[in-house]
Structure formats: C-alpha cells, structure tokens
Design a protein around this ligand. Structure first.
Ligand code: TTJ
Length: 642
C-alpha cells in the first residue's frame, strides 16, 4: 500500500474527529454565540503569537473582510509544509487532526501551551471554507478546505505552489459556517480589546487590526513597547493615581514572574492574571501567591513604621489592595488549569514562584521608595476604616425587620417561592410600576418600583449606600445580602429570583438609571452579573398597525426594524411611537416587556476581566458620552427571550 492510500485510510478517522467538533461545537469553543465566533480568531492568532514567542514573528495582521471572512497573516517561519510521517503535508495534519497544533518543534515552544495553539483544526471544522497560504523558499504554497474537508488536490501529498513570495509567513482566511453559528458577524470591539491585550503582553509584537467591512472601515495598530506597565497605565488612564507604576520581574527555576501595579484614589481592586500570555479569568495560583506575599509585606512595613500598633489587628488582604490595579504575568513550562472554564491556574509551584519573587522584589522596591510605600499604606488605612463602618452599618441593618418595605407597598412579590421560575422587575417610576403590577403574571413575576435616580454608588461611602431606601429594598428583595466585590456575606444560593430585570425607558434617562443599577450590582453583588442573572428589558420603540383589516399590529424594537418594515411592507399603516413605559397600558406592557414569549431581554455579561475593566471604566467614569455609547452598541445584541 502506498503512502497516499495510508493517508486516505487515516483521513477517515480525521474526518470523524472533526465531525465531533461540528456536532458539539460548544465543547471546543465555549459557545456558538458571538463569543464563540470571535474565539475562532483568537485560536488562529494564538498560533502566530506562539511563533512570536519562539522568536520568529513580530507582526500579525488581522482583517475582517467585506465578505464576512477573517484573514490572519503573520511573518513567522510559516506552518511546516513538508511531508509528515502520515504521508501528507504537515500543514494538512495540523488542520485536520484534533488536538495537534503547530507544535512540532517542542523546544521552540518551551513557554507556550496553556490551552491554545491546538485550535486550528477546530476553526477549520467550523468554517464553511478555509484557505492556507504559506510563504517559504521564495514560493507561496496553498491549501483549501470546506467544513474541515480538504478540497485542494495535492501533488504526491504536497501543497501546490500558487505564486512567488518574498520572506516567510502564514496567511489563513476562513469564513465561519452559518450552519454552526447563530450569528456570523464578528464583533470588532471585543476582538480589538483582546488583540490590544495580546500586544501589552508581547511588547515586541505589532498587531494590525483592519475592519474592511462596509460601513465599519477602520485600521488600528496595537504595539505596546511598555508591556504590562503600559497595560496598568492604560487601565488607570481615567483615574486619579496615588502611586507610580511599580514593576518587577524574577524567576524561580523555569517559572518567570512579571508584575506591574499602581494604586488609584478610588475604592476599587483589579488584579488580572496571565499564564503564557493567556488571560486567566478565574485567577489561580499565581494570583493567590502574589496576594499572600503582598499582604504579609505591607503588614510588616505597617508595624515597622508604627502605623499598626501592637494592639492592632493586621490589615486584611482586601485592605492592602484597596485601589490596586495589578497585572501578574507568568511563564510556566507546564501549566495546568482547573475551574468551570479551565481558566484557573492550578500549579502550586506558580504560587510559590509568585510569592517568592514578590517577597524579594517588592521589598527591594519599597525599601528604596518609602513615599510610594506610604501611599500604599494610606490606601489600606482608608479601606480598613470603611470596612469597620461597613460592619457597623450591617449590624444596624440586621436589627431592622426584613421586608419592612413590603408593608408600605413597594415590592409586589410573586406567589411562587421557586427561585428558578421567579423574576423580579425593577421598574423606574410609579406609573410604569403601577401598570407593571397590574399586567404581570403574579405567580412568577415580582415588581419593585424605584423612584427617580438612585444613588451613584461609585462616589458614595458604604454607610451612605446602605442608607439609601431603594438600594435597601433591592438587597432585601434579592435575599443574598451584599458585600464589596466577592465578599463572604453575599450568598448567591439565597437568590430568590432567577432573573433580575431592569425595566427603564429607551431614552437617556433610562440608560442612566440602568447604568446606576449595573454599577450597584457590579460593585456589591458582582456574582449576580457573573452568573447571568441580570437583564435589561428592551421595550419597543414603535408599533405599526396595518390599515388593512385582519392584519395584526407589530412591535418594532429599533430604527433598523422600522426601516426594514418600511422597505418590505406594501400598504398603508399607522405608526405609533412609544415615548416611555409610563405611557403603555397594562396590556401593552404585558405584550412588549413582561410576557416571556414576546418580550426582548438583553442579558448583562461580564465574563472576564477585560470586559469588567471596560465596564468599570465606562459605567463608573464621569464621562457620559462613552457610557451612552456602551449601552447603545450593546443594545444591538438584544435577543428574543423565548
Ligand atoms: C513550527 O516549527 C517550524 C517552523 O514553523 C513553526 C510554525 O508552526 N510557524 C508558524 C505557524 N507560524 N505561523 C503559524 C501559524 C499562523 C497562523 C495564522 C495559523 C496557524 C495555524 C499557524
């Protein structure tokens, strides 16, 4: 049997492997939503980043093409195209074998890995077409696939030459399969922020992002020679900073640890962990090692300086990180991950390395920069003070009877106690609240009207936040308590409603109310958002009523829908414009906003630190324009919730 036939035999297995990807795409890329779609790009780009880490590539171009496809091009050595032991070009093995990436030469990938680089065959399986061009030895070689199946004829198992080339590199073009993905339009904001992050972590790399799609043309270059220092600088760019950016690096055995941090005046903590340049959204051992060492260091200094007296208890970890923005980036030869999404670093030696490097280098720095140390300790003192007043405020809250607001008629609770089926609508304004109470399904839908603008919690002290009647009402209704960030006093298992639905007008005031509420949840009950319990109701903007008898009216949720209706509807119709929720009668409110079969909800998602920091910046900043833009762009994601 010839080699080519051997390959034919093994190619059947190959196709079976890729078929598994098409049957359960979610297992390989997380989901088939826009997130999963964008993930295809990262899977491909990570291969070029690996080539950069190996020392052979300093430029990557990512282009969203007009036809909906994506092109990734690098100036690395090019995917190996020579004969593989399977009797076919190595490139074909890369794109048709599950879990075998371009990692042929293990030595050059000493610090790569994690979970990336193995995904090119997955992308291939989920693309209706994928083209590979490799530039090498003065030639361009080509291969082509459709839904993972090779469609290019090979010459004795090798790729045909389709042109001449200067230099070396790889170009991949792929079109996501519309049989697999719910939507096939890439989302440029998410892609840009992820590419930007990659640029911070690889200071020698340039990434050029081009959106060539009609109407959204743009080109941005991400090059961040200051590395994670620049990352911290930019994360804090709209904050008042109180320290310099502290940077240190060091190695323990084969593990390299790199840390940059800076304190801001605001009451906020953001510590992001990366392993081998991949973001760990669930954190892990590198983070805990850093935190543990840092807490010890600051407490030791505070005692030495007499800020903490013998009788005083230590600052907590959260105290010493009050106001801290930090990026911890480690390189590990053999990373292991755990957690729900396999993004939590699990190597114990990473904790040791992060702690050891921090103990040595942070102390080295603070010994020589006492004024910086003092600024850090002041942040910790402020946090400790607030923590104590929080404890006082909580004791005060506990002595008041729960649901006292029930009696003054605010919350209209639902009858069911089955949290999985229950929803609570937070409704702006008494008149909309009144209609909602009449319209709702009282078995499963609770209504909590809130009046006017709730407190902006970003600027307020804890006592003030807790004194606010609207906020108290919400905390009591949800049933899980509250705490700053991920505190122990918040218990998501006690949540009394599966969906918390913000119902506000589709105007600037409504957007502002939603923003304030999201800020509140984000700061005091972030798990509500992380676990996907928070939604924003999307009331329609218009109703069109055809004049022809027998035809039903239709609600339209945005201007695009109106435009489409005008284009396609032949005949006369009346256009009703809804100005606000308060103007709808209960029946209309039920049809448009409450009825699970017909309403539209937008689920609020902050699924990783990248988005979270974006949210903090956008939602907590004082700039109104970008905030409105955020709400605007994300409103386009609304999906029918049925
Ligand atoms: C592997 O070792 C021999 C020399 O080439 C190395 C390699 O794989 N280089 C490489 C792969 N550069 N770029 C890629 C690559 C780029 C993209 C856009 C997509 C994929 C799957 C690989």
């Amino acid at each position: 049997m010839g080699k080519a036939q051997d390959y034919n035999a093994s190619s059947i297995k190959v196709l079976e492997g890729l078929e598994a990807v098409r049957v359960r795409p979610g297992m390989y890329i997380g989901s088939t939503s826009t997130r999963g779609l964008n993930h295809l790009i990262y899977e491909i780009v990570d291969n070029s980043v690996d080539e950069h880490l190996a020392g052979y590539c300093d430029s990557i171009h990512v282009t969203l093409e007009r036809d909906g496809s994506c092109t990734v091009e690098d100036n690395g050595r090019g995917i190996p195209i020579d004969m593989h032991e399977k009797g076919v070009s190595a490139e074909r093995v890369v794109f048709t074998t599950l879990h075998a990436g371009g990692k042929f030469d293990n030595k050059s990938y000493a610090a790569s890995g994690g979970l990336h680089g193995v995904g090119s065959s997955v992308v291939n399986a989920l693309s209706s077409r994928l083209t590979v061009h490799v530039r090498k030895d003065g030639f361009v070689y080509e291969d082509r696939y459709a839904r993972g199946v090779p469609v290019q004829k090979l010459d004795k198992g090798l790729l045909p030459v389709v042109g001449r080339a200067k230099g070396t590199g790889t170009t991949i073009n792929f079109l996501p399969d519309d049989e697999i993905f719910e939507k096939t339009r890439f989302k440029s904001d998410d892609i840009k922020s992820r590419l930007h992050e990659t640029a911070y972590l690889n200071p020698q790399l340039s990434i050029v992002f081009t959106d060539a799609r009609e109407g959204s043309e743009e080109e941005v270059t991400f090059h961040e020679p200051d590395g994670i220092r620049g990352f911290v600088r930019d994360l804090n760019k709209s904050d008042e900073t109180v320290t310099d950016i502290v940077y240190y690096t060091g190695s323990v055995g084969k593990i390299t640890v790199e840390v940059a941090f800076q304190y801001i005046r605001d009451f906020r903590e953001e510590v992001m962990g990366f392993c081998n340049n991949i973001y760990n959204s669930e954190g892990g051992t590198h983070i805990t090692g850093f935190k543990q060492a840092f807490t010890t260091i600051i407490n030791n200094y505070a005692r030495e300086l007499g800020v903490l007296k013998d009788k005083d208890v230590n600052f907590t970890g959260a105290d010493v990180r009050n106001g801290m923005t930090a990026v911890i980036s480690i390189k590990h030869p053999d990373p292991r991950f755990e957690g729900q999404t396999k993004t939590k670093l699990d190597n114990q030696d990473a904790a040791k390395a992060a702690a050891q490097v921090t103990s040595e280098e942070a102390v080295h720095y603070f010994d020589r920069n006492l004024e910086q140390l003092k600024a850090v300790i002041e942040c910790a003192e402020r946090a400790a003070k607030i923590r104590k007043s929080e404890a006082r405020a909580k004791t005060n809250m506990l002595v008041r009877p729960r649901f006292s607001f029930d009696s003054n008629g605010k919350l209209s609770n639902c009858e069911s106690k089955d949290a999985k089926k229950c929803e609570i609508f937070i409704v702006e304004g008494d008149s909309a609240g009144g209609s909602a109470k009449m319209a709702r399904n009282r078995m499963y839908q609770a209504i909590l009207p809130i009046r006017g603008k709730i407190l902006n919690v970003e600027k307020a002290s804890m006592d003030k936040v807790l004194a606010n009647a609207e906020i108290k009402a919400m905390i009591n209704a949800f049933g899980c308590g509250f705490s700053e960030g991920y505190g122990q006093d918040f218990d998501i298992t006690k949540l009394r409603y599966d969906k918390i639905i913000i119902m506000a007008d589709a105007d600037v005031d409504g957007a502002h109310i939603s923003t304030l509420l999201l800020t509140l949840f984000y700061r005091f009950m972030p798990e509500l958002i992380y676990e996907g319990h928070v939604y924003v109701a999307m009331p329609p903007l218009y109703k069109v009523i055809p004049q022809k008898k027998g035809e039903e009216g239709e609600y339209l949720y945005d201007d695009a829908a109106l435009l489409k209706f005008r284009k396609h509807y032949k005949g006369n119709f009346t256009l009703q414009r809804y100005k606000g929720l308060g103007e709808m009668d209960p029946q209309q409110l039920w049809e448009t906003t409450l009825n699970p079969a017909t309403r539209r909800l937008r689920q609020i998602q902050i699924d990783d630190g990248r988005m979270a920091s974006e949210m903090t910046g956008l939602l907590m900043g004082t700039d109104v324009a970008p905030r409105r833009e955020y709400i605007h762009t994300h409103a386009a994601d609304a999906e029918i919730d049925a």
